[in-house]
Write a protein that binds this ligand. Structure first.
Ligand code: FES
Ligand SMILES: [Fe+2]
Length: 268
């Protein structure tokens, strides 16, 4: 049986393509729908991985071969374990509103009768839609491991050092910062996230240095924020890196209160 699926994803082609080669995000963004992926072999355009499906007591496994046909076609073949024999053919193309994702699911052992297809299609579609919803909730991640064959590894731009030549700039009204636990602001073209804990406010760079994950969407726990894309964890008060696939701390910006307004110090 063959099932067709189409969706426009409102992100550029490169971002959507990169997300198909980002195995790191699976365990953080799709823990309850896809489980996690573990790389078995990486031969450039052909990558083999084990998918460990979610499950509380018993986790099924699939071995999957993923083949890239540049510039935008990817074939997934379930070569062993759960769903053995299933194939998915994905074609990505540029679209005026982002990227058109066109997928065909080949389900072996099921006859291609229209009534049977109409019966099975909704449940396949629900699973695929759920996965896209999980991705869109965190702005569609990109650049994780092992990456699109032939592409450069994720860049980590060095943090600029604070020096005396910086300046204080108005950030926002204090009340508005307190009304949300995490708010994002753009000040002099710099994206800043402000975390608010009762009386205390902390300003950090808004994007994770690993691959640009939006830290304002991360889970906050015991004074630390976890990047929603691949799980890097940072202390909020200092920006210090605690764990995860990241090689540097976040830039932490000093704040001061001036008559009900909060100002931020931007290094020169
Ligand atoms: S973007 Fe990868 S951990 Fe944050
Ligand atoms: Fe995803």
């Amino acid at each position: 049986m063959k099932i067709q699926y189409e969706k426009i994803i409102p992100y550029p082609f490169d971002v959507v393509l990169s997300q198909y080669f980002d195995y790191e995000h699976i365990a953080y963004v799709h823990p309850d729908s896809l489980g996690e992926y573990r790389l078995v072999e990486n031969n450039g355009d052909v990558i083999v991985y084990d998918q460990i499906w979610p499950g509380r007591f018993w986790r099924r496994r699939s071995r999957v071969r993923q083949t890239f046909y540049p510039p935008g076609e990817i074939e997934f073949e379930f070569i062993a374990g759960q769903h053995k024999g299933v194939r998915v053919y994905t074609r990505l193309s540029h679209h005026s509103e982002g990227t058109l994702v066109d997928e065909t699911y080949f389900l072996p052992g099921l006859p291609d009768w229209p009534w049977l297809r109409d019966w099975i299609r909704p449940s396949v579609m629900r699973s695929v839609e759920r996965i896209w919803e999980e991705d869109l909730r965190v702005e569609v991640c990109y650049q994780g491991w092992p990456g699109v064959p032939g592409s450069a590894p994720p860049a980590e731009t060095p943090a600029p050092l604070a020096d005396e030549s910086g300046r204080w700039v108005v950030l926002a009204e204090e009340d508005s910062l307190r009304s949300s636990p995490a708010s994002v602001h753009v000040v002099s073209e710099t994206e800043i996230v402000v975390f608010s804990f009762g009386e205390k406010l902390f300003a950090l760079e808004a994007r994770c240095p690993h691959a640009g994950g939006p830290l304002a969407l991360g889970a906050v726990n015991e004074g630390a924020v976890t990047c929603p894309w691949h799980g890097a964890c940072f202390e909020i008060a200092s920006g210090r890196r605690e764990s995860g696939p990241v090689r540097r701390d976040l830039i932490a910006y000093p704040l001061r209160r001036v008559n009900g307004t909060v100002e931020i110090f931007l290094p020169g």
